[in-house]
Ligand binder design. Structure first.
Ligand code: CAO
Length: 289
């Protein structure tokens, strides 16, 4: 039994024995491996399994299968969470001027038939920040000894669909203006929601943004879309009293939460990245420089 466990890489301390006086037998090792495989390999050696509970002992239950998108998403998220040491850096950007500018575009947006939300500005600002801080637009190679710096800026953005979370990709976002980005965000989000996307629409992101701004919240810790090394979470902007040196003035503040891979990026760099991003969003004239 020990040899079998060794061959299969099973940590015996994670097993309950079904033999006499609790001894672990071959069948325990086999059923542990079988259970692990059914769980998509989530029970890696060293990670204690979550106990299986018969909830019907406590009240009525119903079993509903995950959609394909949910199941795939669950595997990807767990893989990222287990492989990447995550840290999240929080900040707020003063988007008062941005919001005034966006409001001033309303008629033009109507004429163009485009919906313009803060997200397009955020994506644009992210491209600027990624160019200034190239490691945020990289991946670590397999042995973790080299950065693969990407000289393209493809930005994934999370879309909430009835089937589950999808992340379509805005290709070469740095080369596009806010109108074009807005159009493409709507187009890709619609395709995702109508299940009309091709595989290419979901591939190749070098950085991702998850915006829950339309839904609410003051901040959250997004999970990095591995093998990317960072993701920006955006929560709901709110009018807050901000001290301008003489008085509290009402300003529109946008909460930003940047999760980053601490193997690739250190805390000081993350602080600088978010501060830079927040400065850009606070003074969008800088996006035209
Ligand atoms: N604060 C306040 N309001 C915001 C906002 C923010 N940060 N971001 C957007 N809004 C407003 C928009 O301006 C719009 O209002 P107006 O029409 O008055 O301008 C309204 O909220 C709805 O926006 P939207 O959701 O249609 O568009 P969007 O560009 O903000 O987002 C999309 C598009 C596809 C990202 C979004 O619909 C979505 O699916 N978000 C969920 C992402 C998600 O699930 N993330 C979690 C992943 S991790 O599990």
């Amino acid at each position: 039994m020990r040899r079998l466990a060794r061959e299969l890489g099973v940590d015996l301390s994670a097993l309950d024995g079904s033999g006499s006086r609790g001894r672990i037998v071959k069948d325990d090792v086999k059923s542990f491996v079988k259970h692990s495989m059914l769980q998509g390999g989530s029970e890696r050696p060293g990670i204690p399994p979550v106990p299986q509970v018969d909830f019907s002992k406590f009240g009525p239950t119903e079993s509903v299968a995950l959609t394909r998108v949910q199941a795939l998403g669950a595997t990807n998220l767990q893989r990222s969470w287990l492989n990447i040491p995550h840290v999240t850096q929080h900040d707020e950007a003063d988007v008062t001027e941005l919001e005034l500018f966006r409001a001033s575009l309303k008629n033009e947006a109507k004429r163009r038939g485009v919906k313009i939300t803060p997200l397009a500005f955020i994506v644009k600002a992210c491209c600027y920040a990624l160019k200034e801080f190239p490691t945020f637009n990289s991946s670590l190679d397999a042995d973790g000894k080299n950065f693969i710096l990407k000289r393209y800026y493809h930005i994934g953005f999370a879309v909430d669909t009835a089937q589950g979370l999808l992340v379509p990709v805005l290709k070469d976002a740095d080369k596009k203006g806010v109108w074009e980005l807005s159009e493409e965000i709507t187009e890709l989000a619609d395709k995702a929601r109508e299940q009309k996307f091709g595989l290419g629409d979901l591939q190749g992101a070098s950085f991702s943004v998850s915006s829950l701004g339309a839904i609410g919240g003051t901040g959250f810790t997004p999970i990095i879309n591995a093998p990317e090394v960072a993701i920006l979470g955006v929560a709901r902007l709110a009018t807050r009293p901000v001290w301008d040196g003489e008085a509290f003035v009402p300003r529109q503040m946008l909460p930003l939460s940047l999760s980053y891979d601490h193997r690739a990026i250190n805390g000081a760099e993350a602080g600088r990245f978010v501060t830079y991003l927040s400065d850009l969003l606070s003074d969008i004239r800088r996006l035209s420089l």
